[in-house]
Write a protein that binds this ligand. Structure first.
Ligand SMILES: Cc1cn([C@H]2C[C@H](O)[C@@H](COP(=O)(O)OP(=O)(O)O[C@H]3O[C@@H](C)[C@H](O)[C@@H](O)[C@H]3O)O2)c(=O)[nH]c1=O
Length: 354
C-alpha cells in the first residue's frame, strides 16, 4: 500500500546567491508542492524578486524571512535546503530535538552528467554541530529515469493548449507571420555581437525579445537599436507565468542557468542554453553531457559550444526549421522523465515522516 499522504508541511530554505535561479527554482517547487495540497513555508534571505516573479503568490505557500534570530517556528515534516544552502543552526537544532525529525533533503543543481544517477538519493549523515545524528539526503534533478527528473506543473499542457500566441505577441507590436521571433535570456556570451550581426544581415527579419537585466545590458553594449533585418524589443521583468508565455511565443529561445533551461525544453521549440559559467570551467563538462542527451545535429551542437565559450569558432548560421525536430523529441523525452515535485513527495515518504 502506498503511504497515505495528508497535510504534509514542508520547509524550503532558499539563499539568494546571485541571478534569479535560486528564487526561481525554489518558488516553482514551493508552488508545485502547494498545488498538490501540501503546506509550504518558503524561507528566503531575500524575497524581493518574488514581487515580479510571482506577484500573485500561490495558495498554500507562505514566505518566511530567513533572518537572525530565526523566526520561532517548529519544523514541519520535510525540510529541503536548496543548493546546499545550510539551514540556520537554530532551526536544525529544533529538527534534531524532535522525537521523529523531519526528512531532510538537499535539492541539488541540474546536470545531465553521469555522477547525478550515482549520487541521487545518497545519504549524508550529519556528524557535528546542532544536526549531529540527523541524515540529509541528496536529491538530484536530471535527465534520466534514475534521477529526480524535472519540475513540470500538472496543468502545463492545458495552459499551453489554451495559450493565444498571436494575441500575446500583439501586445509587443509583433506580427509573427512576417518574421521569426526569438527571445534572449543570457549572461554576457562573447558570441553575442556575432549573433546580433547575423540576425541583422540574414533573412527573414527577426524580432528579438530581450529580457530585462544582464541580457539587456549586454545587448545595449553592442546595439542600442535594431538594424537591418533585426528589430529589438526590450522587455520588462516578467512573472514566471509571463516568461513561459514568452517562451511559447518564440520560434527560438536563448535560455540560461537552470530553471529557464527546463522551461525552454518544455516549450517544445529550439532553445540554446547558456550554462552558468564557472571559474573552473565545470560548465564545459555540463554542456557536453547535456548535448549527449539532446543529440542535436552538428551545427546546433557547434552553436551551443560557441555560445557557451567552449570553443572559439564562428557562430553557425541559425537554422531554426532544421532544429525543430530535435526540440520536439527533447520535449517528448522531458515529458516522460520523472516529475520532480511528485518524486520528492514519494522520496520523503519512503524515508521520513510522511
Ligand atoms: C527573464 C525572466 C526570468 N524569470 C525567471 C525564470 C527563472 O525562474 C528565473 C531565472 O533563473 P535561471 O533560469 O535558473 O537563470 P539564472 O541565471 O537567473 O540563475 C542561475 O543562478 C545561479 C545562482 C545558479 O547557480 C544557476 O544555476 C542559475 O540558477 O527567472 C522570470 O520570472 N521573468 C523574467 O522576465
Amino acid at each position: 500500500m502506498p503511504p497515505i499522504i495528508e497535510a504534509v508541511r514542508w520547509d524550503i530554505f532558499c539563499k539568494v546567491i546571485d541571478n534569479h535561479g535560486d528564487a526561481g527554482v525554489c518558488w516553482r517547487l514551493a508552488a508545485e508542492l502547494a498545488a498538490r495540497g501540501h503546506a509550504v513555508r518558503l524561507w528566503m534571505d531575500d524575497s524581493a524578486m518574488l514581487a515580479w516573479m510571482a506577484p500573485d503568490g500561490a495558495p498554500g505557500v507562505e514566505v518566511v524571512p530567513w533572518c537572525d534570530p530565526v523566526p520561532d517556528l517548529a519544523p514541519g515534516d520535510v525540510v529541503i535546503e536548496a543548493f546546499g544552502c545550510d539551514p540556520p543552526a537554530a532551526f536544525v537544532a529544533r529538527m534534531a530535538a524532535l522525537s521523529t525529525p523531519p526528512a531532510w533533503l538537499n535539492l541539488e543543481y541540474l546536470s545531465a552528467e553521469r555522477y547525478v544517477e550515482r549520487s541521487h538519493g545518497l545519504p549524508s549523515p550529519v556528524m557535528h554541530g546542532p544536526g549531529a545524528g540527523l541524515v540529509k539526503r541528496f536529491f538530484y534533478p536530471g535527465f534520466t529515469a534514475r534521477t529526480g527528473g524535472l519540475l513540470r506543473e500538472q496543468d502545463l499542457a492545458a495552459r499551453q493548449a489554451s495559450f493565444d500566441r498571436s494575441a500575446w505577441l500583439q501586445r509587443w507590436g509583433i506580427a509573427p507571420a512576417q518574421a521569426r521571433v526569438v527571445s534572449l535570456f543570457c549572461y554576457e556570451p562573447a558570441a553575442l555581437p556575432q549573433l546580433l550581426d547575423q540576425l541583422a544581415q540574414a533573412a527573414p527579419p527577426t524580432e528579438l525579445l530581450v529580457t530585462s537585466g544582464r541580457a539587456a545590458a549586454a545587448v545595449r553594449r553592442h546595439a542600442l537599436q535594431g538594424r537591418g533585418a533585426l528589430r529589438l524589443h526590450f522587455l520588462p521583468l516578467l512573472s514566471q507565468r509571463e516568461y513561459d508565455h514568452l517562451l511559447w511565443s518564440c520560434d527560438l529561445n536563448f535560455v540560461r542557468g537552470e530553471d529557464s533551461a527546463v522551461r525552454g525544453l518544455l516549450a517544445g521549440v529550439p532553445a540554446i542554453w547558456q550554462i552558468y559559467p564557472q571559474d573552473d570551467q565545470a560548465h564545459h563538462a555540463k554542456l557536453e553531457a547535456f548535448l549527449d542527451w539532446l543529440q542535436p545535429p552538428n551545427d546546433l551542437r557547434d552553436f551551443f559550444r560557441t555560445w557557451n565559450g567552449v570553443v572559439d569558432e564562428p557562430l553557425p548560421a541559425l537554422d531554426i526549421p532544421r532544429w525543430r525536430p530535435t526540440a520536439r523529441v527533447a520535449f517528448d523525452r522531458a515529458q516522460a522523465l520523472p516529475e520532480l515535485a511528485s518524486g520528492l513527495v514519494r522520496f520523503a515518504g519512503e524515508r521520513g515522516r510522511i
